[in-house]
Structures are given as structure tokens and as C-alpha cells.
Design a protein around this ligand. Structure first.
Ligand SMILES: Cc1cc2nc3c(=O)[nH]c(=O)nc-3n(C[C@H](O)[C@H](O)[C@H](O)COP(=O)(O)OP(=O)(O)OC[C@H]3O[C@@H](n4cnc5c(N)ncnc54)[C@H](O)[C@@H]3O)c2cc1C
Length: 206
């Protein structure tokens, strides 16, 4: 009998997992992917809404259009999870799983920053991107303060910033391998080695 995988939350993580299971284990598992919404959108598409390039309805990807073998998409709200029994309760019913994956994402808490809700704008939600789009259309002059309000960051762009620095390290660390199979030293290391040789040479010649 097929194992039942229940995934709660059809965002990035839930959709990716369901897709992989469907593509690699469709004969062995059936998947129930539960989300309270009828559609998904990429975080970065909110920039297009904010800049007035696309309407919110144009960036929505409806779950009904995503057909994956062995995956069901009930549109329900999860109200409780019993991890010990691998049971999920929704506003419509109850699901028992052989494997349970929880991918409910993170909620925003704009009220955590005093004054922000009354006087600021966010574009973490589609509605927020629309509001900001309309305000920017009216804006002609003045000071715009852009702020990251604190940890944690939902958007992994911060990680992207870290990764940007990485290739240099990775490149240096992995280096290219010569015919001996040993890593070629990085430029920095070559410089360091040359300095050491010079120092040794100077000492040796004394
Ligand atoms: C403006 C913006 C730009 C971004 N740009 C990038 C980018 O360029 N690159 C990048 O890697 N990341 C980006 N991100 C971040 C990315 O969107 C998140 O990291 C990612 O969405 C997290 O995936 P997740 O599956 O954990 O959660 P989510 O994608 O948030 O999915 C959670 C899902 O759970 C559902 N859900 C929650 N509670 C319930 C419930 N009780 N019942 C039923 N369903 C529920 C929600 O409807 C949602 O579909 C951006 C985010 C924003 C806001």
C-alpha cells in the first residue's frame, strides 16, 4: 500500500517537496498538500506589483493549475497538528499521515515595531505592495526612509548577500587541481609563500 505523506503549507517548501515526491516516488507515496489559499506567488513578483509593472492577479499561480501525479491539493485551513500521531486537523476534516511535513512558513508581525503600522508601508504582502505602489505614484519629493526592521528576515536575500562573498572563498578553498591532484594554492597563499621564501632566503644568506 502507498504511504501517505501529508504536507501542510503549499509555499516554496511544500510545493518543492510535493513536486519531488511526485516525480521520484509516485509509485510509493500519495501526497496530500494542504493550504488555506487557492494560489501561490513568488516573493520577488511583489516588486513587479509595487512598481506597477504587473497587476496582483497576474502574479498569482493557482493551485488548481498545478497537476502533479499522486498529489491532492485540498484548500483548507490547518487548525491543529498532533505530531506524535502525525495527525492534521483542518477546518474541513482530519488527515492521518505516515509522514508529516510542516511547511507553514512565517507570519508577519508589523505591530511589533511601534508606529510602523500607522505611518509606514511594507511590501511583504500583495496588499502591501499595492498600497505602496499607489503611494509612490503620488510621491514627487521628500525623504524616503527604507528600513529593515529587525530579525528574522523572511526573505533569504540576506543569505544571498552572504553567498555572494562565498564564491571567492570557495574558489580559493577548492582551487584548481594540478596534474599531481593537489590543489593549486590561491593567489593570496602564493603571495604568502613567496614572502616566506624571501624571508627564509634572507635569513639563510646571513
Ligand atoms: C518581497 C519578498 C521577496 C522575496 N524574494 C525572494 C527571493 O528573491 N529569493 C528567495 O529565495 N526568497 C525570497 N523571498 C523569501 C521567500 O518568499 C520565503 O523564504 C519562502 O516563501 C519561505 O518558504 P516556506 O515554504 O517556508 O513558507 P511560505 O512560502 O510562506 O509558505 C507557507 C504556506 O503555508 C500556508 N499556511 C500558513 N498557515 C496555514 C494554515 N494555518 N493552514 C493552511 N495553510 C497555511 C500559507 O498560505 C503558505 O502558502 C522573498 C520574500 C518576500 C516577502
Amino acid at each position: 500500500m502507498k504511504k501517505h505523506v501529508v504536507i501542510v503549507g503549499a509555499g516554496f517548501a511544500g510545493l518543492e517537496l510535493a513536486t519531488r515526491l511526485s516525480e521520484s516516488l509516485a509509485d510509493g507515496v500519495r501526497v496530500t498538500l494542504i493550504d488555506r489559499n487557492d494560489s501561490f506567488f513568488f516573493g520577488f513578483s511583489k516588486l513587479d506589483v509595487l512598481l506597477g509593472r504587473r497587476a496582483p492577479t497576474d502574479v498569482l499561480l493557482h493551485y488548481r493549475d498545478i497537476a502533479k501525479a499522486g498529489v491532492e491539493f485540498p484548500q483548507e485551513t490547518v487548525t491543529a497538528i498532533d505530531p506524535a500521531r502525525r495527525r492534521v486537523i483542518t477546518d474541513e476534516g482530519c488527515y492521518d499521515a505516515d509522514f508529516l511535513a510542516i511547511a507553514l512558513g512565517a507570519d508577519y508581525d508589523p505591530a511589533a515595531t511601534p508606529g510602523f503600522q500607522g505611518g509606514g508601508f511594507e511590501y511583504y504582502s500583495l496588499a502591501g505592495a499595492e498600497r505602496l505602489r499607489d503611494v509612490l505614484a503620488e510621491f514627487s519629493a521628500g525623504t524616503v526612509l527604507i528600513s529593515v526592521l529587525g530579525h528574522p528576515f523572511k526573505c533569504s536575500l540576506r543569505c544571498a548577500g552572504r553567498w555572494r562573498r562565498r564564491p571567492a572563498r570557495t574558489h580559493r578553498g577548492s582551487g584548481s587541481r594540478g596534474s599531481s591532484g593537489r590543489r593549486a594554492p590561491s593567489r593570496q597563499r602564493q603571495g604568502r609563500n613567496a614572502r616566506r621564501r624571501r624571508v627564509r632566503g634572507e635569513r639563510g644568506s646571513r
